[in-house]
Every structure is written in C-alpha cells, then in structure tokens.
Ligand binder design. Structure first.
Ligand SMILES: [Zn+2]
Length: 271
C-alpha cells in the first residue's frame, strides 16, 4: 500500500539504470520472469520514463540496454525497442502521481491466483496486511494495448499490487525496489497460502488482531482503503473493497473458505 512520504533526493540516471538491472536479475532469479517476460520502469520527470526493452531476459540486462520514453510511450532514446507493455506502466503513473516505479512480471504463485480467479485471502499474515492490503484481480484483456492497460484503472488508486487476470502481476511504488517488494511479498504469500491449504487448514487472524494490524499500518504511515471513511462499514477480512468487481472479473471464492466476519466496531473520528 502507498506510504505517505517525503520525496527522497533524486537518484542519478546511472544509478537508476543499475537499480533496474539489479531488480531485473532478482525477478529472473526468483523465477518471476521466464524467457523475456516482465518489465520495469521509473518516472524520471513529468514526460520522461526510463524502461526496460522488449525481447531481452530481465536477468541479463546492462544499463546500456535501457530505453527512455515519453508519457505517451513514444521512444526518446535507447538502442533497443521499448517494452510493449509500457502503456500499462504509463497508465498507472498517470493515475497515481505519487508512483515513480512500476514492476510487471509473472510470478507463478500469485499468477496461479490470477488464473484461478481466486481472491487473495486477507487477515492471514501480519506483513501482508501492513505492506499490501487487498490485491485485486483485473478483467482479462489481450496484453499490449491501451485497452489492456486500462484494465488496472478501477483498482490502481486503492492498492499497490494487483493481479492481471490470466497473466501476471503489476506493482508500483516510490522507488524501483519498493515497487518490486510488493510483488515479492505477494508471491511469497500466495505460496504460503497454497502450502497451508495442502496441509489442510488456513487459520484466519481474529477480528481483534486484524484491527490491531490496521491500526499499526496507520501508525506507520501506510494507507489502506479499509481505513478510509468510505469503507468504514466494510468487513476487513472479506475483500470488501474490491468485491463489487468480482462479477465482472469472474473472481469467485472457490479454493479458500471465507474468513469469519470482521466488522469494524464503529470508529471514533480519530485519524
Ligand atoms: Zn506480462
């Protein structure tokens, strides 16, 4: 989830290129990007975005391989052709002025949920509640087009990582590393959920302990739509924030049982 933060000192272009190559290696080594899968971007300025090229393994990029595009996706520099998925990145950046970096890849465990159209259960692991919150699933669309990029629009203001139906994940944040973290945390979580389910039980946190995590989240400066007045009546463990999209996206709770009800006690006006 987005953290309300001060803007950090701007890193140099050379540093950012190295960082993108480093995150590319991490994505590849984690098995999140087979072949030439995945792409990474960083907003350098109002109309300038550094991004990975197409047709290259993200595990073996050098700084000289990276491209720069404008906010419409037109290539400004770089000897290789920009990623075909850059419109997805740019759409997120346009919707979220606080976002500087976007990471898209195909991590197998999280992507399995996007293929199964199974909502990611909430209120199971503390770190996931604090750092991620709900990770919604989009409507499926053929990759590469603006129509595909637009599938994230209904969700992007209320999350920091989401699942692209039958495709992969996209996460975003103020730095390249943080944008990547949300993907790594989500995939580890999805793997743990699958393992626990194989063992035979997924135990949800109690309502009280879940509220405590949301309070901690607020204290640490992370936002979460479940803390907003608009969702004051929501059930914090029931994916309520995005549930209205399930019919359209084909998401149905099939594999994991619903958590027990976790209605928030009516909050005082404390912020
Ligand atoms: Zn992809």
């Amino acid at each position: 989830m987005a953290k309300k933060s001060r803007s950090p000192a701007a890193p140099s272009l050379a540093h950012l290129k190295e960082e993108i190559c480093d995150i590319g290696r991490r994505i590849y080594n984690k098995g999140f990007a087979a072949g030439n899968d995945g792409n990474i971007s960083y907003r350098l300025g109002p109309n300038k975005v550094l991004c990975t090229p197409t047709m290259i393994s993200k595990g073996f990029m050098t700084p000289a391989d990276l491209c720069i595009v404008d906010m419409e996706g037109n290539q400004i520099s770089g000897k290789r052709r920009r990623s075909s998925e850059i419109l997805l990145h740019l759409t997120i950046m346009k919707e979220r002025p606080d976002v500087r970096s976007v990471v898209h890849c195909h991590p197998p465990h999280a992507t399995a949920f996007a293929v199964a159209r199974e909502p990611i259960p909430q209120c199971v692991l503390p770190e996931v509640e604090i750092f991620l919150g709900d990770a919604p699933i989009t409507v499926y669309e053929t990759p590469g087009s603006q129509k595909f990029a637009d599938t994230v629009k209904p969700f992007v203001k209320d999350c920091s990582v989401l699942l692209l139906a039958n495709h992969g994940t996209v996460s975003f944040g103020e730095t390249v590393e943080k944008a990547y973290w949300w993907t790594e945390i989500l995939d580890a979580y999805c793997r743990i959920l699958m393992l626990a389910k194989q063992l035979g039980n997924v135990e949800y946190l109690s309502a009280q302990k879940s509220f405590e995590l949301l309070e901690l989240k607020q204290k640490w400066g992370f936002t979460d739509p479940r803390l907003d007045e608009a969702h004051a009546e929501c059930d914090i463990g029931a994916n309520d924030v995005f549930k209205s999209t399930w019919k359209q996206t084909g998401v149905v709770r099939r594999a994991f049982k619903a958590p027990p009800p976790m209605k928030r006690p009516r909050r005082s006006s404390k912020k």
